[in-house]
Design a binder for this molecule. Structure first.
Ligand SMILES: O=C1O[C@H](COP(=O)(O)O)[C@@H](O)[C@H](O)[C@H]1O
Length: 261
C-alpha cells in the first residue's frame, strides 16, 4: 500500500485508509467527507455533533470555510466539542479552543451556544468534571446520542489528529489514563507534551463514535502509522491503535505519513 491515491477497506467496511498525494488533496477530501456527514446527520436527527482535536488537524479543515462548503453546510445544526483541551485561558496560544476559533469557527455561522469549550476558570479536574456534566445534560436533552452498546455518548463525527508519539486526544503512550473505563471526560496534570494540564475524552467515549476521521500528515509520523497499519514488528501498543469506533474509522494520510506502508 505504499503508493498514493490508494484506498484500502477492511472486511467489514469499518476501517478505511486513504492516502493522498498532498496535504492539499487530503484537506479537499476531508471537507467533502465532513460536509456529507453534516448533511446526513442534519437530515436524520436534526443535529450534527462534531468533536475536534487541536494540533495540525485544524489547518486540514480549512476547505470547509471556503466555497462550496461554507455556503452549502447547514451550520445551525452543528454542535461542536473538543476531544481534548489544554487547561489555559481561551485566549492563550496553547488553547485548542483558540486554535479552532481562529482557524475555523470564527469563519462559519455556528450559533455561539452550540460551541462547547471547557470552563477555563476551573482546575483541570474541575474542568473535566464540568465538561462531563455538560455532556450528560446534552445526552439527556437528546442533542448527543447515547450508545446502546456501550452506554457512553455517541458523537456523530470525531475529527482527530495523532501526535508523533502515537497519542490521540490527550491520551499518551503508557499513561494510566489509557485504561480509564468509567469517566466520560478526565484530566491529566503530567502531560509529556506541554502544557501539562489538560482535559480529555476517554477511550470508551472516543470508541462509541459513529464516525472517526483520523488525520495524519508528515514523515515524522510515518513510523507510528507503520506500526498501526503496516507490518511493523513493534510490540508496544500506541494509543492510536486503541481507536476502534462502533461505527466507521477513516484514516486520512498524506504520502509522507504513509511512506513506510
Ligand atoms: O497536544 C495535542 O497534540 C495532538 C497532535 O497534534 P499534531 O499537531 O501533532 O497534529 C492533537 O491531536 C491534540 O488535540 C493536542 O492537544
Amino acid at each position: 500500500m505504499a503508493s498514493s491515491g490508494i484506498t484500502t477497506i477492511d472486511q467489514n467496511n469499518k476501517k478505511v485508509v486513504e492516502v493522498f498525494d498532498t496535504e492539499e488533496d487530503l484537506a479537499v477530501s476531508l471537507a467533502k467527507y465532513t460536509a456529507h456527514l453534516s448533511d446526513k446527520f442534519a437530515k436524520e436527527r436534526g443535529a450534527f455533533t462534531v468533536v475536534v482535536s487541536g494540533g495540525s488537524l485544524i489547518k486540514s479543515l480549512r476547505k470547509l470555510v471556503e466555497a462550496p462548503y461554507v455556503d452549502s453546510i447547514d451550520w445551525s445544526k452543528w454542535q461542536v466539542f473538543w476531544v481534548d483541551e489544554r487547561v489555559v485561558p481561551k485566549d492563550h496560544p496553547d488553547s485548542n479552543y483558540k486554535l479552532a476559533f481562529d482557524g475555523f469557527l470564527s469563519k462559519v455561522p455556528i450559533p455561539h451556544g452550540n460551541v462547547y469549550a471547557i470552563n477555563d476558570a476551573l482546575s483541570a479536574e474541575g474542568a473535566a468534571d464540568d465538561y462531563e456534566t455538560c455532556l450528560k445534560h446534552l445526552v439527556h436533552t437528546g442533542v448527543i446520542n447515547l450508545s446502546s452498546l456501550s452506554g457512553f455518548p455517541k458523537f456523530d463525527l470525531m475529527l482527530v489528529g495523532m501526535g508523533p508519539d502515537g497519542h490521540v486526544a490527550s491520551l499518551f503512550p503508557g499513561h494510566p489514563l489509557l485504561k480509564e473505563n468509567q469517566k466520560w471526560v478526565t484530566h491529566i496534570t503530567d502531560s509529556p507534551k506541554p502544557p501539562p494540564e489538560r482535559t480529555t475524552f476517554t477511550f470508551p467515549v472516543i470508541n462509541s463514535s459513529a464516525y472517526i476521521a483520523l488525520v495524519v500528515c508528515g514523515a515524522g509520523k510515518a513510523s507510528i502509522v507503520q506500526t498501526a497499519l503496516g507490518k511493523s514488528q513493534n510490540s508496544e501498543v500506541f494509543p492510536v491503535q486503541m481507536v476502534s469506533p462502533e461505527g466507521e474509522l477513516k484514516w486520512f494520510l498524506d504520502k509522507d505519513a504513509a511512506s513506510k506502508l
